[in-house]
Each structure stands twice: as structure tokens, then as C-alpha cells.
Design a protein around this ligand. Structure first.
Ligand code: ARG
Length: 407
């Protein structure tokens, strides 16, 4: 009996060619799964057209899975809790969607009795790592196939291959950018972007074009670390993210231009547009400043980059990531309140206010006005004992730089 494979299908050139190529070269049966993580599946063509392409390529079936809610509530929400920015910048757009897709690949592999899953990634990127490590974490028995790593075709070869097999593709031999998108934003690579000195071209951006230069103010409400309302209107997280992408993006906010370290040892220059992701993380961080106890806050800040690295590196389903999630969850219990965001075109975000019923900010303790409740006299003993070790050291051994340099 032929081996059956479930392929992560995007509807694009590479994964369409992959269907036929695997049938021809490896003699397998292919089931396509298109996972909607908010990439606007039906923006330019209907799912029926995409499905027809998969079937024309030789797929047994093409399944559409709507995973937008899951992407938002289980993946973006965790990224917000962890203030997740890889290398202090990138909000993990593609890295967050891969484990969502992996879950559904494994699920459909069980449903269709498949022995393997497949993806269309090349050998140079992070996404292959995320697909493969993720699949093996959920299903150690499943094989993972990567036809695009084996076929040695250029883009032009793939277009010829599709024509030869009558696969109705829209792609042409010149494709300028490689773009991956989902609810959390868009990742853009290739073309002129590959020269790190060249300013990024304007054309691949779609979410962050300035529509209106008037400043916009938005209030985000969080409950236990999760954004739950915009300007007082309660929204499911997926809808809230989509709305904020529109509002913030229209002021030009949310672009990133960075050189990053891929897991496979390559530095690459990429640009991103992720208005809602960056704005929600900034707002969440600001609210944490108000409500987290100092030691928890400082320790959390040390663990956040580790969480982001694990997720970037394909370790979403791993014991350390799960342990860190438990820590993050515990820290989020009191992260409830509101944050005022002010977007000023082009591309500036200022946080202008925050409040919380759980705030540790105490006006009486903080103020220099008449309402001051802080016991100033207590500081005398505190500071003396706090500095006692240094004072003793100075008296017995001397501070090295006690006298200013003579000029
Ligand atoms: N460099 C980013 C990451 O590794 C984006 C990858 C985008 N993927 C793509 N197939 N264009 O997460």
C-alpha cells in the first residue's frame, strides 16, 4: 500500500508542485491541509479555487482548518504574556504559527491514517526546524518529508514543472519577495531586502501604509495578561488583534527592519510589519510595570528572552518551554487594567497612561505633595545599614578612585 502523507499546503507554487513531485518521485498519496492562521486565505481567490489546484496537482483531498481563534488565544496570548520579542525586536510572527499548523497536520495525519507529514520549506530557514521538531514532539512515530529540500529546482524550474503537469498556478517566474503572514503580522524576505545596506522598498508593505496622519488614541483593557477590550468594546482576541492591526497600521506603526540570527547559523536581513503585536506587547509591558512586584518583574525580564529563543528555535512543544509557561502564567494573575496608546503618524507609538485595580503604585508613597505618607525618618537607618559594607571597605581598604584625575 502506498505511503500516505499529509502536506502543509499554502496554495502557492512550491506546495502545489510538492504534491505532484512527491507522488512522482516517492510514490506516495498526498492529503493537503490548509491551516488558516489569519493569512487572509480568501483575499485573492476562494478556498474552492485553492482546493481545485491541490486536486489538479494530484492530492486525494484538500482540507481547510480555521485556526484563527486557536492562534490568537493559545499562541499570541502566550507571546503577549512573555512580552516575546526575539533578539529584543521580532514578535515571532512565523515562529508562532508553525506549532499551530503542526498540531493540525498531526491531527489530520491521524484522521487520514497517514504515516508522514510534509512541508514546503527549504533547507536554509527556521520553519523546517519548527515543523520537524514540533511534529516529533507531538507524534514521535510520524516521518517528516521536505520535498523542497530534495528537488533542487529553481523557481523557474518549478513554474515549468507546474505547467508540464497542468497545475493551474498564478505564480510567474519572477517572484520578488517571500512573504509569510498570519494574525500576528507579516514577514518579508528576499529581493532587494537581501542587501542589508539597502533601505527597504515600500511596495511589499500592506498593513502599515499611512492612511491618515491624525494621531489616534486607543485604550486596551487586559484581564490576567490577556487583551480583552478595545476602547471599552469587549472583543475575542483574534478580532481585537485584527482591529488593532487596522487602527495602528493606518498610522504607519509596526515596521521592523532587522538582521537576525537564524537557528541554522545564517544571519539574514528581514523586514516585518506587525502593528498589533508590537503595540500589545508594549502596552502589556507597561501594565506590568504598574502591577508586578519588583523581584517577580526583574526575574520575568530575565526569562522572557529565553522563552522567545525557545519559540523561535522550534521548541514550542518542549519541557523547558512548558515550565516557563507555568512561571509566566503565575505572573499574569494580577495583570489586569487599562493602557492608553497614542499612535502618531508615521510610525510612532507613545503610551500615555495606565491604570489598574491591582496597581502596586501607591500615591501616598510616591507623592512629594502634602498627602505624603512615606516615613522619611525610617530611611536613615535603612540607608546606613544598606551602605555599611561599602563604608567598612572604604575605611579599611580604600576606594581606588577616590581622587579625581589631575589635569
Ligand atoms: N525569519 C522569520 C522567522 O524565522 C520569518 C520567516 C518567514 N518565513 C517565510 N517562509 N517567509 O520566523
Amino acid at each position: 500500500m502506498a505511503k500516505r502523507v499529509v502536506l502543509a499546503y499554502s496554495g502557492g507554487l512550491d506546495t502545489s508542485v510538492a504534491v505532484r513531485w512527491m507522488i512522482e518521485e516517492w510514490g506516495v498519496e498526498v492529503v493537503c491541509v490548509l491551516v488558516d492562521v489569519g493569512q487572509d486565505v480568501e483575499s485573492s481567490e476562494s478556498f474552492e479555487d485553492i482546493r481545485a489546484r491541490a486536486l489538479a496537482a494530484g492530492a486525494l483531498e484538500c482540507v481547510l482548518v480555521d485556526a484563527k481563534t486557536e492562534m490568537a488565544e493559545e499562541f499570541c496570548a502566550r507571546a503577549i504574556a512573555a512580552n516575546a520579542l526575539y533578539e529584543s525586536k521580532y514578535p515571532l510572527v512565523s515562529a508562532l504559527s508553525r506549532p499551530v499548523i503542526v498540531r493540525h497536520l498531526v491531527d489530520q495525519a491521524r484522521r487520514f491514517g497517514a504515516q508522514a507529514v510534509a512541508h514546503g520549506c527549504t533547507g536554509k530557514g527556521n520553519d523546517q526546524v519548527r515543523f520537524e521538531v514540533g511534529t516529533h514532539a507531538l507524534a514521535p512515530d510520524l516521518e517528516v518529508l521536505a520535498p523542497a529540500r530534495n528537488w533542487g529546482m529553481t523557481r523557474a524550474d518549478s513554474v515549468d514543472y507546474a505547467r508540464k503537469w497542468d497545475i493551474p498556478i498564478k505564480a510567474t517566474k519572477e517572484k520578488i519577495y517571500s512573504i509569510d503572514e498570519n494574525l500576528w503580522g507579516r514577514a518579508i524576505e528576499c529581493g532587494a531586502i537581501e542587501d542589508p545596506w539597502a533601505a527597504p522598498p515600500e511596495e511589499p508593505y500592506t498593513l502599515t501604509r499611512v492612511v491618515d496622519t491624525a494621531p489616534v488614541e486607543v485604550t486596551v483593557r487586559f484581564e490576567s495578561g490577556v487583551p480583552v477590550a478595545l476602547d471599552g468594546e469587549a472583543l475575542p482576541l483574534a478580532a481585537l488583534i485584527a482591529r488593532l492591526n487596522g487602527v495602528a497600521g493606518a498610522t504607519g506603526y509596526g515596521r521592523l527592519d532587522m538582521v537576525e540570527n537564524r537557528r541554522v547559523g545564517i544571519k539574514s536581513r528581514e523586514v516585518y510589519e506587525c502593528p498589533a503585536a508590537l503595540a500589545l506587547i508594549a502596552a502589556h509591558r507597561d501594565l506590568e510595570d504598574l502591577v508586578l512586584e519588583r523581584d517577580v518583574h526583574h526575574e520575568k525580564a530575565r526569562l522572557e528572552p529565553r522563552w522567545s529563543e525557545l519559540v523561535y528555535d522550534g521548541m514550542w512543544f518542549s519541557p523547558l518551554k512548558e515550565a516557563l509557561d507555568a512561571f509566566m502564567d503565575e505572573t499574569q494573575r494580577h495583570v489586569t487594567g487599562e493602557v492608553r496608546l497614542r499612535f502618531e503618524a508615521p510610525g510612532l507609538l507613545r503610551i500615555v497612561g495606565r491604570r489598574s485595580p491591582k496597581a502596586l503604585y501607591d500615591y501616598g508613597l510616591a507623592t512629594y505633595d502634602a498627602e505624603d505618607t512615606f516615613r522619611h525618618a525610617d530611611s536613615e537607618g535603612f540607608v546606613r545599614i544598606y551602605g555599611l559594607g561599602v563604608q567598612t571597605w572604604a575605611a579599611r581598604q580604600g576606594a581606588k578612585n577616590a581622587t579625581p584625575p589631575q589635569s
